[in-house]
Design a binder for this molecule. Structure first.
Ligand SMILES: Nc1ncnc2c1ncn2[C@@H]1O[C@H](COP(=O)(O)OP(=O)(O)OP(=O)(O)O)[C@@H](O)[C@H]1O
Ligand SMILES: [Mg+2]
Length: 204
């Protein structure tokens, strides 16, 4: 079982949207578990319940994250476990980082979003956790901003891809779907990110 934590230290950075998209791709090939640690909003939980996909199993009632993950691993029932995190609860984020084989950090292009990533990058480094960065919800028209963000993010870690700002991403989530199921043009960018993740955890 590979454990992937999605974290950014910033609200609205596209953590849940990215988690759902990656989980849908993973579920076409394997059995996927989802842990929603953003209990205040429980957006991923609501999405997964609405989707009702047998290959996407919500793992609920977590008491001790590390122990529960060890038990899940031992059960052999899940191949990929995705952990969605809250924006600001540092202890929760740190626990989810520690549990991960790989941390995915989505960031929007603004300087404030990128600044919020820095403490999470530092946590990963101090915990010796592998992490990668995704530039999320990119508006292609804002080239200067995107170029500056790319340079900044590349100075923090490995930038493995971008997702595009499209209404389909928003609409899909409220229907238990993901963006690329409504707008096929969004699929390639997600597949690229997913393939890199598999490579990073040695799953290819
Ligand atoms: N690629 C995208 N294109 C357009 N809208 C997006 C995209 N990704 C996310 N959004 C929208 O941005 C908002 C925040 O996204 P999301 O809930 O995934 O972020 P989050 O990081 O999980 O937020 P939180 O920290 O509050 O949990 C949502 O309204 C979502 O629909
Ligand atoms: Mg969220």
């Amino acid at each position: 079982m590979h454990v992937i934590t999605i974290a950014s230290g910033k609200g609205g950075s596209s953590k849940t949207t990215l988690t759902a998209s990656l989980a849908v791709l993973a579920a076409t090939e394997a059995r996927v578990g989802l842990i929603d640690l953003n209990r205040d909003q429980a957006t991923l939980t609501a999405w997964a319940e609405q989707r009702g996909d047998d290959n996407l199993q919500l793992v609920e009632g977590i008491k001790s994250l590390l122990t529960d993950i060890r038990l899940l691993k031992r059960s052999g029932e899940i191949d990929w476990l995705f952990i969605d995190t809250p924006p600001t609860r540092v202890e929760t984020i740190e626990g989810a980082l520690v549990a991960a084989d790989l941390v995915i950090m989505p960031s929007r292009a603004s300087a404030l979003d990128i600044a919020a990533l820095v403490p999470v990058v530092q946590l990963c480094k101090s915990r010796k956790k592998k992490f990668v960065i995704v530039l999320a919800a990119v508006n292609p028209a804002r080239r200067d901003l995107n170029d500056a963000a790319t340079e900044e993010l590349e100075s923090l870690g490995e930038l493995i891809g971008r997702t595009t700002d499209k209404t389909a991403q928003v609409e899909a989530m409220s229907m238990g779907k993901v963006g690329f199921e409504l707008d096929k043009s969004l699929r390639a960018e997600l597949v690229r990110i997913w393939n890199t993740i598999k490579q990073k955890v040695g799953a290819t």
